[in-house]
Design a protein around this ligand. Sequence first.
Ligand SMILES: [Zn+2]
Length: 267
Amino acid sequence: MKIIDTHAHYCDSWFTAPETPEQPYEEILDGLLGPDGTLDAIVNVATTPDNAPTCIAQAGRWAGMYAAIGIHPCDCQLYDDLVAELERLRPWLDEAKRHKIVAIGEIGLDYHYPDTDREKQRAVFLAQMELAGEYGLPVILHSRDATGDCVDLIRQYPDVRGVFHAYGGSVETAEELVRMGWYLGLGGVITFQTAKRIRRVAAALPLERILLETDCPYTAPEPFRGQRNHSGLLYRTAEELAMLQGREIEEIIGRTSENAHDFFNFF
Ligand SMILES: [Zn+2]
């Protein structure tokens, strides 16, 4: 069984900028998703209606790549008329299969910076949970310093399934999310020795609800921390999870890949 990267941003300028000093991402993906590659699938995640077309075009180029589109909480501040921005997503969602769209994301709440408009974020998050219900798609959730509010809002949508990306909450909250049919995304942060609490939580989470993710080009795992991340480095996160959970890496990769297929219904 090959590994699945359930959260990547190949539409990010760190990949797409022509002057980037690293290996072109197209070459990397040709290798990883090719016949001899180590990746089974990648979910390419947009953050605004402006980078959704790039995200979708990239998904169209590789058989194993899929797309998620949505408005990231940190990008809400870019737009004055968010109702109009949300409407821009509809033509793509109307033809979700053709565009290989498997989820709405990433969406959620980010209270990290004190000057953020929380009400605006909550309204956009809620509207996108409605969209997910309407289109029958799961969601990819981003939460920073906002776990309580996110879970409160999720509870209002028992019919919408999701993955809590870069899960950093408690084991108890994880158990509640699992009861609601949610999955938990784990990435490079679990390889950081300083992330003691997250590593403890990762060790205790139920493997049948874990999805592996890079969040590339960000959060590269050790020993690549600080470098541009890509899906080929996901094996390090799998290795670390195997160590933390006391399992074989084959079991980690096999089970999390099965989970990804169950959750996203790749076609
Ligand atoms: Zn992300």
